[in-house]
Design a protein around this ligand. Structure first.
Ligand SMILES: [Fe+2]
Length: 388
């Protein structure tokens, strides 16, 4: 029986997902959803370097609006084949001031973070860029904070309940910035028990940092969140051989990486700065670009245009073709560039979602996982009620 211990913030119950015998939310046709089709552009593959399939500009969603601004860039990965095994990437950036009058209003509508909710059949990776996240889950209901430079790797397995709240203060500002990535778990590994692993200096599992200099002394600093770079990898074995790198690059610095397979998915997101994909000395290549507004969450079509070259800047998401094993980009801007690079083997398995954060590989698995998660809700909130 799970025992809830009261913490410094309230646990608010979220209605558990309901699964009926023929639940309409479980759509078999969501195995692969591709609401847009793309004609192939002329190949720009030089010496095994990957070409750019498209660049997407993602606008901020004004969640948790504050006086200082802030919001989320949520990349919902509409084209699952291109993103497989990744399901979602969210870039949060928020500033909370104790004297902000807007906070009083918005806190009455929604809490500052994510109250107790379930995940199943996926792994969530949270990387803190700035500030802290207060976390508790159905293994340990005691809230604990993890902060800048730390990574939480949560394997949801058959189901876990957890709460993630922004760490704010009553007497000073809190600037909070983080990435959260959802990775699909192979179907035959989804029914394992859940686990939470912390990485970072604070947990005795530092993330390796690789420094590479270009010929003229310009430095690319690569923090290895998952995967191997120059023989260095974190002290954690992932289920899938995914690579997650944060590259901070001085002006003119290059980043180059060789993927294990030409079949691997590879995407990158520009947090700051301007980069040019491919070889810096290559001819200019026309690149297909899409601009998304936050209203595109409601299935509006993005705006499409062509650009002269494969240059990506702040807030851009770059999807690479599967046409080589080498990836290269260069910081062509006047300041530092900060880029998140992701790669991994596509699973090419069915995706059945009783709810957005529960991902199963079959209808039977969805029924069983939903049953277990409902049981978890009953145990967790049942014990909370009994304790009062
Ligand atoms: Fe979550």
């Amino acid at each position: 029986m799970l025992v809830h211990r009261s913490g410094p913030f309230r646990v608010r119950p979220v209605r558990p997902p309901r699964l009926k015998a023929h639940a309409p939310c479980m759509e078999a046709d969501r195995v692969v959803s591709d609401r847009r089709s793309f004609d192939a552009l002329p190949a720009m593959n030089d010496e095994g370097y990957r070409s750019v399939r498209r660049i997407e500009s993602v606008n901020k969603i004004p969640f948790w609006p504050t006086w200082a601004g802030g919001g989320i860039r949520a990349m919902l990965l509409n084209n699952r084949d291109e993103w497989d095994p990744f399901l979602l990437l969210a870039h949060h950036k928020h500033s909370f001031s104790p004297w902000d009058p807007l906070r009083r209003i918005q806190k009455s509508i929604m809490p500052e973070g994510f109250p107790m909710h379930a995940h199943g059949g996926i792994e969530t990776v949270t990387y803190m860029i700035e500030g802290g996240f207060l976390h508790c889950d159905s293994h340990d209901a005691t809230p604990s904070a993890y902060r800048k430079g730390s990574v939480q790797w949560m394997e949801a397995g058959t189901g876990i309940l957890h709460q993630e709240m922004f760490e704010t203060f009553s007497n000073r500002n809190a600037d909070i910035e983080l990435y959260q990535l959802w990775i699909n778990t192979p179907t035959d590994m989804k029914m394992r028990s859940s686990s939470v692993t912390m990485l970072g200096d604070e947990y005795g599992r530092p993330l390796p940092v690789v420094r590479r200099e270009s010929g003229d002394g310009r430095v690319c600093r690569t923090e290895v969140i998952a995967g191997i770079v120059d023989g260095q990898s974190p002290d954690f074995r992932t289920n899938l051989p995914v690579t997650i790198l944060r590259c901070t690059m001085q002006p003119g610095a290059d980043f180059e990486h060789t993927l294990p397979s030409a079949e691997d998915t590879a995407v990158l997101y520009v947090r700051r700065g301007t980069i040019l994909l491919g070889r810096a000395d290559a001819d200019k290549r026309p690149t297909r670009r899409f601009t998304y507004g936050w209203t595109d969450l409601f299935n509006q079509e993005p705006k499409e245009r062509m650009s002269e070259d494969a240059t990506a800047s702040e807030g851009d998401l770059v999807v690479l073709e599967r046409d080589g094993t080498k990836v290269r980009f260069t910081n062509t801007g006047p300041g530092e560039a900060d880029v998140l690079f992701l790669s991994g083997p596509p699973l090419r398995e069915p995706i059945i979602q009783p709810s957005p954060d529960i991902v199963c590989g079959s209808m039977d698995q969805a029924r069983e996982m939903t049953r277990r998660i409902r049981e978890l809700y009953r145990e967790y909130f049942g014990s909370q009620v009994a304790a009062k």
